[in-house]
Design a protein around this ligand. Structure first.
Ligand SMILES: [Zn+2]
Length: 117
């Protein structure tokens, strides 16, 4: 039986092209061109949450009468395909691939410069 890499296991947790702590460039949507740090990854939903990206303002009602309501800004998760990792080596926004290196482990590599990330 051949192994078929479907879209589903393509983004499996240990196989993620984007990891928490990565700096990503937003390549689509209203925040296109912005950069931010990945705060959280949601492999099952193929979404990521990035600092300062996809901000929604949420109005919080006062808990007690007499208190003022507040507006809280929060980052919401968005599709992983809207972001590209900025390589720590060549500093370019790049697609990431996987490669078995000499230590026998699978490493995430930058497709532009070939360096492990
Ligand atoms: Zn690179």
């Amino acid at each position: 039986m051949s192994i078929n890499l479907t879209q589903e296991n393509y983004y499996h947790e240990n196989n993620m092209r984007i990891k928490r702590g990565d700096t990503v460039l937003i390549i689509a949507g209203k925040d296109k061109g912005k950069r931010g740090k990945v705060l959280q990854v949601f492999p099952m939903r193929e979404k990521i949450m990035v600092e300062g990206i996809n901000i929604r303002k949420k109005h919080v009602r006062p808990k007690r009468s007499g208190e003022k309501g507040q507006t809280v800004e929060m980052s919401l998760p968005f599709a992983i395909s809207n972001a590209q990792v900025i390589c720590t080596k060549c500093k370019k926004a790049s697609r990431m691939g996987f490669k078995d290196l000499d230590d026998g482990k699978k490493h995430r590599i930058c497709k532009k410069c070939g360096q492990p990330q």
